[in-house]
Write a protein that binds this ligand. Structure first.
Ligand SMILES: [Zn+2]
Length: 164
């Protein structure tokens, strides 16, 4: 398998097998999105569990379905990959599901980037108007203009933050 094939297969497996699935398989209890810190043999529920990863608040370590399998099987990545079905031919549905998940993630990432850029732009305007207002003579034409624009940008900022 090429690196690209392995990468693709990893993504496919992540879509069909969730972290809670794997934890369940090894008898690890998940309660309200948390489980015991398996990474440090912990007794308390101080690891956060999502579909994609387990995050331990104690060790600051994050584990996915592969590293959890490695942990319990005491094996290397490749063995875990094989155990999870990585070398089997994926079914058509699996491939479609994985592609869909990837597209959704990419779309979300590009939206977040757009949001951050827009936020930065508004903040830059606000700073610029505030600077001019501070230096201009109050009630001068430019001062009034900047006050107006400033209110508008603050309004945009509120609007933008509400959208989140
Ligand atoms: Zn831990």
């Amino acid at each position: 398998m090429t690196i690209e094939e392995i990468q693709r297969r990893k993504e496919e497996l992540r879509v069909v097998i969730s972290v809670p699935d794997i934890l369940h398989k090894y008898g690890v209890e998940v309660k309200r999105g948390r489980c015991k810190g398996i990474c440090h043999e912990g007794k308390d529920f101080n690891a956060k569990v999502t579909d994609d990863y387990l995050w331990c608040y104690v060790c600051n370590s994050s584990m996915d379905i592969f590293s959890i399998t490695q942990h319990f099987e005491n094996c290397d990545f490749w063995t875990a990959f094989e155990l999870l079905g990585g070398t089997e031919r994926p079914s058509f549905t699996t491939t479609v599901k994985a592609q869909k998940a990837r597209k959704e993630r990419e779309l979300k990432e590009s939206q977040e980037l757009k949001h951050r850029m827009e936020l930065r732009r508004i903040q830059n305007y606000i700073t610029a108007y505030r600077n001019i207002i501070a230096e201009e003579k109050p009630l001068s034409e430019l001062w009034c203009y900047c006050q107006n624009r400033l209110q508008y940008q603050i309004y945009l900022l509120d609007l933008h933050n509400e959208k989140r």
